[in-house]
Design a protein around this ligand. Sequence first.
Ligand code: AMP
Length: 180
Amino acid sequence: MSYDEFYVKSVVRSIPDWPEPGILFRDITPIFQDPKASRMVANAFVDRYMSMDVSHIACIDARGFLFGAIIAHELKKPLVLVRKKGKLPGETISQDYTLEYGTASVEIQKDALKSGDRVVLIDDLIATGGTALAACTLINGLGAEVVEVAALIDLPDLAGSTKIQDTGVPVHCLLAYDGL
Ligand code: AMP
């Protein structure tokens, strides 16, 4: 089944003023209710990373897990979870990052990665890039390299993908939407 950008875009649902006024929320849950769309998305990422030197797939809590799990499974690679604070047992490291209002934290287990590992980091959407950059800091903090940050959706007007690329890490998104 070949990737059809227009079909995948037609399945993503846009919800105005959620979770707060002024936000146009790009809801990816319909992708997983449509096996044709989820297979197209998974195949697009799998085809890309099959031919790259990648040792691990990492994914970001929580919608990133949906994409990360199917991609890691198909590629037969280990899956690493970057979770919100307080969710991972055992020894972890944390990274704070700035949200529109206040700060948040993400964590990774200390033994999840090591020097020499080559990681693709997956999330559903890149907005300001703060979450993905914090996750990159964690991955680098364990000595591993982020080969690429990948997401289904980029919001280029928020410049997160540019900010990530400015750190020297490539970004690959399947869809882009204008506006916030
Ligand atoms: P950021 O750290 O600003 O790049 O935000 C990225 C995270 O927030 C992603 O994990 C998304 O799930 C979520 N997010 C931010 N903005 C939106 C939006 N407009 N629609 C859907 N999810 C969003």
